[in-house]
Design a protein around this ligand. Structure first.
Ligand code: UT7
Length: 315
């Protein structure tokens, strides 16, 4: 399969570090020096499905495809307002798709997990065109009193259209199951029978341990997808790393020994938008004209689960 179109959509509200200083015990200096984030887009009056719809429509237009051309929608999402139906079905209805919709909850590596699933559908000949939409609102998962988490995240949606072809050369997904490192608990409706205590807990994260996992797992994944394709780290034109923390991106870059200009970033004005991070970065880089045909792009992402994934794409 190959990527034939990209799109993204962001909430209009921009929250700066200065805005956070007004109600949190934090500073612009701490956030910038520890994460590289200056501001983030946060959902206010939008609905997440509208961002997903807009990103999907832009990707379809970019690909020159119509809704009826799409054989499968894969939607990556951690939380949204609906428990059911899946966000993919809601987006499909909004853009007039009539194909199967599968939602996945694979946190930050969700985009690459979706690529892996799509790859299998292409390989068995079940699809000709697949739409992947990653739509996330992590701002609704954190406590806005918790300075250790809420400063890190931003909302948004990114989408790609995949078609038959040779572009995506190698995909690797993996897990080191350890649910206690990043988690959130959302209580369900009570029943006359439930006797357990169920109290909602906002997003919890063991930051330092996740940081170490992210750098180690990403370097391992990147080397594995490159080895599978018979390439070295210097053969890659752009490393498209999940935008969780600029220091994580920098840690990966220095361990690989690759120059800075091969690591495009947008974390400064987006923060961490979970699985939407990689496709938003892809769309922005593409629209800036960064890529030329034949460029080799490596995607790498890591997050709750703990899950990890990487992919090698020839543009
Ligand atoms: O999407 C994938 C999942 N997430 C990640 O990849 C995130 C991975 N982890 C990280 O990016 C980093 O660990 C963080 C950015 C979350 C934290 O950076 P850190 O350098 O690991 O800081 P820390 O958690 O060790 O905290 C250092 C200090 C603490 O104070 P004490 O205990 O040293 O007095 C924190 O309480 O910084 C304090 N702190 C803050 N201070 C000001 C934590 N958050 C803030 C804040 N403003 N927003």
């Amino acid at each position: 399969m190959k990527i034939i179109g990209t799109g993204s959509a962001l909430p209009k509200k921009v929250v700066t570090n200065g805005d956070l200083e007004s109600f949190l015990d934090t500073t612009d200096d701490w956030i910038v020096s520890r994460t590289g984030i200056h501001s983030r887009h946060v959902i206010s009056d939008e609905r997440l499905e509208d961002l997903g719809r807009d990103a999907a429509l832009k990707a379809l237009a970019d690909a020159g495809q119509k809704p009826e051309d799409i054989d499968l929608l894969l939607c990556s999402n951690v939380v949204n307002e609906y428990m059911t139906p899946g966000l993919g079905c809601i987006i499909a209805a909004a853009i007039g798709l009539h194909c199967p919709c599968i939602d996945i909850n694979c946190a930050c590596p969700g985009f690459i997990y979706a690529l892996d699933i799509a790859d299998s559908y292409f390989k068995v000949g079940k699809v000709k065109n697949v739409l992947v939409v990653c739509a996330e609102e992590p701002s609704r998962m954190t406590s806005w009193q918790d300075r250790a988490t809420c400063v890190l995240f931003g909302d948004g949606a990114g989408a790609v259209v995949l078609s038959e072809g040779e572009g995506v050369r190698s995909v690797r997904i993996g897990a080191r199951p350890d649910p206690d490192k990043i988690w959130q608990f959302r209580p369900l409706e009570p029943t006359p029978f439930v006797t357990k205590t169920e109290t909602g807990v906002p997003l919890q994260m063991q930051g330092r341990e996740v940081f170490r996992f992210a750098v180690t797992a990403s370097v391992e994944d990147i080397k594995a997808v490159l080895a599978e394709a018979g390439l070295g780290v210097q053969d890659v034109d752009y490393y498209m790393i999940h935008q969780a923390n600029l220091r994580i991106v920098e840690g990966i870059r220095t361990r690989l020994g690759v120059p800075e200009d091969k690591f495009p970033t947008n974390i400064a004005d987006h923060g961490n938008s979970s699985s939407a991070s990689c496709p938003i970065l892809l769309d922005e880089c593409k629209r800036k004209g960064l890529f030329k045909p034949g460029d080799k792009l490596v995607f790498s992402a890591f997050g709750a689960g703990l899950l990890t994934a990487a992919a090698l794409v020839e543009w």
